[in-house]
Every structure is written in C-alpha cells, then in structure tokens.
Design a protein around this ligand. Sequence first.
Ligand code: NAI
Ligand code: ISE
Length: 339
Amino acid sequence: MPQQPPLGVAVIGTGRMGADHVRRIDEVVHGARVAAVVDVDAERAKAVAGRVEGCAAYTEPAAAMASSDVDALLIASPGPAHEAALLQAFAHDLPVLCEKPLTPDPAAALRVLEAEQRLGHRRVQVGFMRRYDAGFMRLKSVLDAGEFGRPLMLHCQHRNASTPPGFTSQMMINDSVVHEIDTTRWLLDQEITAVTVLRPAPSTAAPAHLSDPQLVLFETSGGAVVDVEIFVNCGFGYQVRCEAVCESGSARTGEEAGLVTHSAGRWGGTIPQDFVPRFAEAYDRQVQRWVDATRRGTVEGPSSWDGYAAAAVCEAGVTAQATGRRTTTELIERPALYA
Ligand SMILES: NC(=O)C1=CN([C@@H]2O[C@H](COP(=O)(O)OP(=O)(O)OC[C@H]3O[C@@H](n4cnc5c(N)ncnc54)[C@H](O)[C@@H]3O)[C@@H](O)[C@H]2O)C=CC1
Ligand SMILES: O=C1[C@@H](O)[C@H](O)[C@@H](O)[C@H](O)[C@H]1O
C-alpha cells in the first residue's frame, strides 16, 4: 500500500499557543508536518519557522493558503483575526483547527456558519481542548452511561494564577468561561438558556479595573444549573475542576494527582502554573485526532455550531456581568449541516 504523505499544516499566529502547536506537530503528532507559519510579526514567524526543517514563514495567511505545500490550517492568532482567516480558508476549501474562540461575537460566528454552509461540508474543528482531556472524557463517559442518573448540577472552578496586562472583566467570560460554556454544553448535551453573574468584593490582588473573582451561573435547556467560579488572579496556580452532581451520585475531575510528598510534618504536591502543562496531553490528543480525521477526509470534534453557541452564551454573559441581571440566550435554529 502506498504511504500517505504527511499533512502539510500552516500554523497562523506563532505566539504562546501557536508556537506550542508548532512544536507539538513537529515533535509529538504523527502524520503531519509544519509546512508554513504565518505571523504579522515577521521576525517572530521567521524565528519559529527556523526551528522546523522545510518550514516557510509568511506574514499573510493568504500567502500560506496559496502554497501547494499547505493542506490544512491551525489558526492560533487572536480571536478577532479568526473570522477573516476562516473565510479565506473556505475559499481554498482547506480543513481548519481553529483555537477558541471561533470568533469573539455571535454575529461574526454566524457569518462563518453561513460561509461553511455555502461550502456544503464541515471544515472547522474548534479548539475546545477540554473535550480531549482524559479526566473530562471519563466524566463525559460516566454521564453518558447514566451511571448515577440524570445530572442535576455542575460545580466548576477555573482559576488562573495571574492575568497579562490588558486582561478585562469581559475577557473573564469571553476567554476563560468560554471553556466552561463549551464543557457544559458537551457534558450535558443541552443548550445554556440563561446566564447570571455575581460579583463578590474583588480580591485586593486583582488589578484595579478587574472585578475578580466572579460567580457565573448557567441555566440549561434540560433544567440543570451550573455554577462557575472564575478567579483569574488567584496567585497560587492554575486549577480547572468540575463536579457533576447526579440523582444518585457525583463525579469530579481536576483534582490534583501525581506526586504527593510527605516531609517535615507536612504533606503536599505541586500545582501547574498555567494551561500549557495542565492541558498538555489534551492539546496533544486534540491535534492528533484532528490530523487523523483530516487525513481520513472527515471532520470531527467541536464544530462551528459549537463555536457559535459558545459566542452567543458569552454575549449573554457579558451583558449579565455588566447589568447584574439574569440574561437569556438567543440561538438561531441549528442548521442541518451541524445536526
Ligand atoms: N485552548 C487554550 O487553552 C488556549 C487558547 N488560546 C487561544 O489561542 C489563540 C492565540 O492566543 P495566544 O497564543 O495566547 O496569543 P499570543 O498573543 O501569544 O499570540 C498571537 C500571535 O498572533 C499574531 N497575530 C496577530 N494578528 C495576526 C493575524 N491577523 N494573522 C497572523 N498572526 C497574527 C501575533 O503577532 C502573535 O504572535 C487565541 O484565540 C486564544 O484565545 C490561548 C490560550 C489558551
Ligand atoms: O484559553 C485560555 C486563556 O485564553 C484564558 O485566558 C485562560 O483563563 C484559560 O484558562 C485558558 O485555557
């Protein structure tokens, strides 16, 4: 049997996530190679391309998409740049793994949905990597098997050690809680119908403009209630946990595992400092499955519809945050392409 050539991937955006995905495709993932990188910062693109044999560097996504070496795209530019890159990708009919968020707002997500529907087939997997985390996958299996009856509530914690300069309260919803929005929809297989945001007196460790932490509540189409503690300047590390409370039992993921030490009358362990080590295996699995599906000619995982639904809930969340009022979400009818 003739061997299938590796998938030539262009990585768009070579910052924190993009550079890590370049390393991942080059060193961890099978069946793919980094054919090109793109960054508006030419020096950064050149530096990242220089670490990979045969990798071209561009400053324009269109230039990479026009290259015969490029079979697929991994978009890791900032959210506001995703729509333009996705629409260009559709024009070249290229498969895409797009980092979350699909787009920063539902209007842009709808334009992406419409363009993908005009193409007539799915092309996009959205980078909601928790769906590929071993602990979250086990939690999903338990819920799907109905082992403990119907899920009634999810209790979620999402803590970041600190935020970069310029991180806003809205970003706590759009960049951070967007993961819990997708996790809730995926774990429960229900839509989020309303959002309420409560804001305790902020931590003195939070930057002056940031109302940190916040408690975000979701109501779902199946009558479940979900609470999310989002605390992005907790200072001590990165924690993502989720407990599902069902009719006859509960299941929890995200507890610290690994090495537990005992010394000098104390026991302890370490806490990862950010998402890169915490979700390293999930990112690896996500990209490997995308490559495998793409080489088989299929598209799997979170779709543009999931990206749109998440953006719509984020919009409601930002309104709820600003007004202090329970805010309902509005979704269009789900198009047949995403049934
Ligand atoms: N799944 C996850 O856990 C995480 C996902 N992300 C997502 O990954 C994406 C990138 O985030 P970071 O790497 O943290 O950002 P970053 O700021 O570190 O890197 C973004 C890079 O994109 C480049 N860029 C800006 N506009 C561009 C354009 N139009 N075309 C090409 N390159 C462009 C910038 O010069 C920069 O090098 C975002 O969508 C973000 O939400 C970020 C952190 C974690
Ligand atoms: O996606 C991510 C970041 O953009 C966001 O800023 C962090 O809060 C999340 O934990 C991380 O997974």
